[in-house]
Design a protein around this ligand. Sequence first.
Ligand code: DC
Length: 224
Amino acid sequence: MIITIDGPAGAGKSTVARQLAQRLGFTYLETGAMYRAVALAVHRAGISPSDEAALAALLPRLRLRWQDGRIFLADQDVTDLIRHPQITELARQVADSPAVRQYLGELQRQIGQHTHLVTEGRDQGTKIFPHADCKFFLTASPEVRARRRWEELQRQGFSFTYEEVLRQQLERDQRDAQRSLAPMHPAPDAILVDTSQLTVEQVVDLLEAHVRRRLPVQGIALIP
Ligand code: DC
């Protein structure tokens, strides 16, 4: 069974997807971490994110691995390194590359072949798993999303102002929605959830209820 959770940055996808997967006993996949790990590798290799040929040559050598909620490059756990704002910016550029999108899309589908999955990103319900059993699109107001991101940056020790974070986020939203390759939009059959006024627990409860309603149809036994 495949459950997809898409939506913009700051909508709360990662936390919700991780907790939902835990409740159901499914594997959790954070596809943004894959784009970020490629960005880190691109940074280390000194390649331009717009050099398609260099990216295509780099990808098969990465040994990118997602395991138990952590992301690895070769055998190095880079889960924490990829949260740096510089990598966030580079990941956005790397995500525009057709070679990268194709490579990571295949990797994501391979993971989905072997396990029940809760996967989150921007294109999981639209491009990667169009036949997913249950699709969600999480949103929240730009102000709420920027505040969540700002609080996360504060915790990490970065001294951006809230206004800066909000401005950057609005720019990023616009680019995500307008890019020609895999623009972000809800799948027609996705359930839209606005998380602005909800706690994480309330969102997970809501999604879990939707999924469990589908289960008799799927005939899948879940953790009670
Ligand atoms: O969710 P995030 O901020 O960790 O994602 C990092 C970047 O990767 C962001 O610019 C959006 C992009 N991304 C994407 O294009 N498709 C996905 N499925 C996941 C992330």
